[in-house]
Design a protein around this ligand. Sequence first.
Ligand code: DLZ
Length: 161
Amino acid sequence: MATAFHNLSSYDASTVPSAEGMKIGIVVADWNDRFTYAMAEGAINTLTRHGAREEDLIIKHVPGSFELVYGAAWMMENEELDAVIAIGCVIRGDTPHFDYICQGTTQGLADLNARAEIPVIYGLLTCNNADQAEARCGGVLGNKGDECAITAIKMVAYSQD
Ligand code: DLZ
């Protein structure tokens, strides 16, 4: 399993460029908000710790993960951003709904990324159960929001090089 030995919050800070002056959008799905809000908080804390100003972080909420694609596209159209982070958490239920939401959201975010306008960071947790989400939202495997923030900073620096 990819994250079995990898803490999502652990990274070598010396390899992370400064986030000073970066303007980052964060779209947060309200489904499973216990997890998505923890990820958003992790992303915000990590971005500011690396130099981003809180007033340069534009945070907007959408109802569920499926709306992250529209939310991220809207931000790209309407805000002057350097990157956008999409945060959601889908937990498997009894029907195939899980697969459709995960696939549609993932493909939609990938399509936005392929436009190469600004980096779109994939902060979608696709979990079999709540325990897996818990472990990745500040639990034993760290916080996916931290990882998204570091990825956003690195991709903005990449695109400005
Ligand atoms: C409908 C639904 C279900 C069953 N499960 C989740 C989930 O685990 N995580 C999530 O973010 N959203 C879920 N949704 C809502 C959909 O993402 C979407 O908001 C609705 O289908 C309306 O488009």
